[in-house]
Unconditional design. Structure first.
Length: 441
């Protein structure tokens, strides 16, 4: 359950820490019960499998690997458990994005008696770590030739076709896998994702909800449903659950922090951004998010440091350049800000934000001629983007062109994009007041 949030400050920070602690405690309590079961029956391979799988899903790869190897050592009399233990070892390596270790683990799996097809299905999953769809499809074809109803191979085929951008074949593969194992959440997750990419939103959301009905603690299902939904309470709650189930889930932390920042929950966003950086320090996105958070906390120099770190990782990151621009604008260094805004726009002509922010920064700095130029560019390139029309309106007000400004404000209320509608309405009301004064004169 998502709790009521308070204004940014010491009390909110304490509250956030309490929330994080309670989520972690619930997860650790579940793990501890599995640890107790495994310790009390050290020769039970199924208990080791249950604990190892839970540890992997919770984001504890080292401990998971240790428990899985212990289970393998005692599983000689349980071939089904032995197969699943080796599967989980391979999945730990896939979660780590360690292609070679994952492929080696799949090779061991494939040499087990009666598990050759599963070994090839596993190898397909290893290739998908590097998004190598062609190699993955070759492995799934071999697996399905050996076992025509190998569920894992069909799921891997669906994922590979998705990477190959053949969504129709991806959808077909996932649907087939579901007919073979209707209770398998992975195929429903894959089908939901494929349907969403095909533009079949309602069907896609329904499949993701089916996946959660089958496995309510599945972090991938929680994440996919969250990012498919519009930003808001349900989406944030699902992301919190995803990070609660897998504390190392960097993508979920990133999505959660982004929504929390947009909603004004600064302390929460800071916690999420730091978690994203901690779990994926070699990606630019988490550093950009952390930079945005500290900038919102009026720390522009720290924001620039995070942006520079992101640019060392990904030199052509438009979002990092935008962060540099916004931070310099916050410092009042408008010339450096404008240079960075132009760089950000040059790197990504599909995002209107650099143009809009440049117009806003120029207006604040009293450079309304430049503000107007950026506002005009934003509305020409993105005529249906409301923030661009508001920025243009503000620049026109700065130049004393009130009538044209009010036309821009009116336009902003009829197109897409999030704006402060109450603020725009107040600006329009001032237009009406000006008109009334002119009439009386």
């Amino acid at each position: 359950m998502r709790v009521v949030r308070f204004a940014v400050g010491t009390f909110q920070v304490a509250l956030v820490l309490m929330i994080a602690s309670s989520q972690g405690s619930a997860q650790e309590s579940q793990l501890e019960s599995l640890r107790v079961a495994a310790r009390s029956t050290p020769g039970d391979a199924d208990a080791a499998l249950a604990l190892g799988r839970a540890l992997r899903r919770a984001g504890h790869p080292a401990e998971a690997m240790s428990e899985l190897r212990r289970g393998i050592a005692v599983a000689a009399a349980k071939p089904a458990a032995l197969t699943q233990l080796h599967w989980e070892v391979a999945r730990v390596q896939m979660d780590r994005h360690d292609f070679r270790a994952a492929l080696a683990a799949c090779g061991v799996l494939g040499r087990l008696k009666g598990a050759s097809a599963e070994g090839h299905a596993c190898a397909a999953g290893a290739h998908l770590v590097w998004q190598r769809a062609t190699e993955a499809l070759a492995e799934t074809a071999t697996a399905l030739a050996q076992d025509p109803q190998c569920y894992e191979a069909k799921v891997a085929e669906g994922r590979a076709q998705e990477f190959a951008l053949d969504l129709a074949r991806s959808e077909t593969a996932f649907r087939t896998a579901i007919t073979w194992r209707s209770e398998g959440a992975d195929a429903h997750v894959g089908l939901g994702r494929a349907l969403l990419k095909e533009g079949k939103k309602d069907e896609g959301l329904a499949e993701l909800r089916k996946a959660l009905a089958l496995d309510s603690k599945n972090p991938d299902a929680l994440y996919e449903l969250a990012v498919a939904l519009p930003p808001g309470q349900e989406s944030m709650t699902l992301l919190e659950r995803a990070t609660g189930e897998r504390s190392s889930f960097a993508d979920a932390w990133l999505a959660l922090g982004t929504q929390e920042l947009s909603s004004g929950y600064l302390a929460d966003a800071h916690r999420a951004a730091e978690a994203a950086v901690r779990n994926d320090p070699k990606s630019a996105g988490p550093h950009v998010l952390l930079g945005k958070v500290v900038l919102a906390d009026s720390r522009p120099d720290d924001a620039i440091k995070e942006a520079e770190t992101a640019l060392k990782i990904l030199a052509n990151s438009a979002s990092a350049k935008l962060l540099v621009a916004d931070a310099n604008a916050k410092k009042g260094d408008i010339d450096r800000a404008l240079e960075a805004y132009q760089d950000a726009w040059g790197l990504d002509h599909g995002d209107p934000t650099p143009l809009v922010h440049a117009a806003e920064a120029c207006h604040v700095a009293g450079r309304d001629t430049s503000a107007r130029a950026f506002g005009v560019k934003a509305t020409q390139e993105f005529p249906d983007w409301a923030p661009g029309w508001v920025a243009l309106g503000d620049a026109l007000v700065g130049q004393g062109e009130k009538r044209a400004a009010c036309e821009a404000y009116t336009k902003s209320l009829s197109v897409h994009g999030l704006v402060d509608r109450a603020s725009v309405q107040r600006k329009l009301a001032s237009c009406d007041e000006s008109h009334s004064l002119r009439s009386r004169k």
